[in-house]
Design a protein around this ligand. Structure first.
Ligand SMILES: *[C@@H]1O[C@H](CO)[C@@H](O)[C@H](O)[C@H]1NC(C)=O
Ligand SMILES: *[C@@H]1O[C@H](CO)[C@@H](O)[C@H](O)[C@H]1NC(C)=O
Ligand SMILES: *[C@@H]1O[C@H](CO)[C@@H](O)[C@H](O)[C@H]1NC(C)=O
Ligand SMILES: *[C@@H]1O[C@H](CO)[C@@H](O)[C@H](O)[C@H]1NC(C)=O
Ligand SMILES: *[C@@H]1O[C@H](CO)[C@@H](O)[C@H](O)[C@H]1NC(C)=O
Ligand SMILES: *[C@@H]1O[C@H](CO)[C@@H](O)[C@H](O)[C@H]1NC(C)=O
Ligand SMILES: *[C@@H]1O[C@H](CO)[C@@H](O)[C@H](O)[C@H]1NC(C)=O
Ligand SMILES: *[C@@H]1O[C@H](CO)[C@@H](O)[C@H](O)[C@H]1NC(C)=O
Ligand SMILES: *[C@@H]1O[C@H](CO)[C@@H](O)[C@H](O)[C@H]1NC(C)=O
Ligand SMILES: *[C@@H]1O[C@H](CO)[C@@H](O)[C@H](O)[C@H]1NC(C)=O
Ligand SMILES: *[C@@H]1O[C@H](CO)[C@@H](O)[C@H](O)[C@H]1NC(C)=O
Ligand SMILES: *[C@@H]1O[C@H](CO)[C@@H](O)[C@H](O)[C@H]1NC(C)=O
Length: 314
């Protein structure tokens, strides 16, 4: 009697449990694209990075776990470094792809391995302030979803690969203080949503490509150290600019008379060039302008007796 009761209870539990079991199976935890797991493991191994950082996420096993899939964690969080962020909503919520990779200021040496381009879903690649050597691999041009690339002070050298012409989604590129050389590529003018470029302390040749004229979403443009910067014509439609820093480029042009129309300019540095003409009065009425440096050019005219209240450094 007692035994059969136990049995039927058991059967009942099984029957009741059955639909839940099916559901649990359907909602199986999503897993990371195996090719990306292999690539990440290989890259971290070559870079001598530990595979299970503070137990926060598990590179050696299933990397898209823990804080890597917690959508309240920002890739910029200083707590996690190295760090990845994944998006697990692919294939009906069954597959995770690595979308952000951060290895920042960790004195990592070695090259950028070819495996990097296996991470084709990457939107953010932040590997600045390290001790890498060698070039940007051509294959990185396959990561066409890249929106942000931070390679400043990374040790990288060589030219910007022509395959980067594919990186049409690019929004932000920090590439200052590297060994990058060659021409600033014309194709950057096709990165139609591009907002931010920092290319200071490199060894690029001028001029700044005229194709930059199409970059009308630009907010911040910092380039210096060109021996032949060319003209300033390309800034004509960059009316959203907040920071324009083009010092030390040997730019030969006339001061743009429309510069006072750049209502959001906070920082303007055109010093140490070969710019002629008049400084338009309208420049001094820009309410947002905080920093202005135009010295060491061939400008005419005097500074106005009045300036906007916000302008603190001239
Ligand atoms: C990492 O994943 C491996 C394989 O899935 C597992 O054996 C290990 O326990 C995991 N480590 C942590 C800290 O979660
Ligand atoms: C991600 O964030 C959204 C809203 O910010 C929230 O509704 C959703 O549940 C979160 N998803 C996960 C997996 O945390
Ligand atoms: C994850 O990827 C899906 C599919 O591409 C996309 O719709 C979604 O916006 C992405 N989620 C996040 C948080 O980027
Ligand atoms: C997507 O997953 C749900 C369960 O999470 C399942 O019911 C549905 O059939 C799946 N759809 C496809 C197209 O696989
Ligand atoms: C994937 O999961 C999210 C959040 O859990 C849900 O809102 C969405 O409808 C799911 N997508 C599919 C295709 O099942
Ligand atoms: C960086 O790593 C190199 C070895 O690759 C080592 O010689 C050097 O001391 C390290 N520098 C710092 C600041 O940790
Ligand atoms: C970078 O690595 C080289 C060896 O590849 C080493 O000589 C140098 O000290 C390292 N630089 C720093 C800042 O650690
Ligand atoms: C990746 O890039 C390389 C070099 O640019 C190219 O030869 C190769 O076909 C690309 N692979 C894929 C899958 O797109
Ligand atoms: C530029 O941004 C718009 C609006 O967000 C988007 O529709 C378009 O696809 C983007 N273009 C590229 C090349 O990413
Ligand atoms: C800007 O783009 C248009 C079409 O996308 C092209 O015809 C034009 O030549 C480009 N301008 C410059 C200066 O590259
Ligand atoms: C200037 O900034 C304001 C506030 O962010 C914005 O609404 C406006 O569109 C910007 N102006 C231009 C020309 O981009
Ligand atoms: C400066 O610009 C003028 C014309 O605007 C040009 O004649 C001169 O060669 C330029 N000087 C240098 C050093 O580039």
């Amino acid at each position: 009697m007692e035994r059969s009761l136990t049995l039927s209870l058991w059967a009942l539990i099984c029957i009741l449990n059955f639909p839940f079991a099916v559901e649990a199976q359907n909602q199986k935890r999503p897993t990371t694209d195996p090719a990306e797991v292999r690539a990440l493991n290989s890259i971290f191994q070559q870079w001598g990075l530990s595979s299970n950082y503070q137990n926060s996420w598990n590179v050696s096993g299933e990397p898209c776990t823990g804080v890597a899939i917690d959508n309240s964690t920002d890739i910029k969080s200083e707590i996690y470094n190295p760090f990845i962020i994944c998006n697990c909503s692919f294939d009906n919520n069954s597959t995770c792809h690595i979308t952000k990779l951060k290895v920042l200021q960790l004195n990592v040496s070695g090259v950028l391995p070819d495996e990097l381009w296996t991470l084709t879903y990457l939107t953010d690649l932040a590997i600045g302030t390290n001790n890498f050597s060698g070039p940007l691999p051509d294959e990185l041009g396959n990561c066409s979803k890249l929106e942000m690339i931070y390679i400043d002070s990374s040790g990288i050298s060589g030219q910007i690969p022509s395959t980067f012409a594919n990186l049409r989604s690019m929004l932000i590129m920090y590439a200052s203080n590297t060994g990058l050389t060659g021409k600033i590529p014309d194709f950057i003018g096709n990165w139609s949503n591009f907002t931010t470029l920092r290319l200071q302390g490199n060894s690029f040749e001028g001029p700044i490509p005229s194709t930059f004229a199409n970059l009308t979403s630009m907010l911040e443009l910092r380039i210096n150290g060109l021996t032949n910067g060319g003209s300033l014509a390309f800034i004509k439609d960059m009316k959203s600019l907040e920071v324009l820093d083009l010092r030390y480029n040997n730019i030969s042009d006339v001061m743009p008379s429309t510069i006072g129309e750049y209502q959001n300019l906070t920082w303007l540095d055109l010093s140490f060039n070969n710019i002629t003409g008049q400084i338009p009065d309208s420049l001094f009425n820009l309410r947002s302008l905080i920093y202005l440096s135009l010295g060491n050019n061939k400008l005419n005219g005097s500074l106005p007796s009045e300036k906007s209240a916000s302008l603190q450094n001239m």
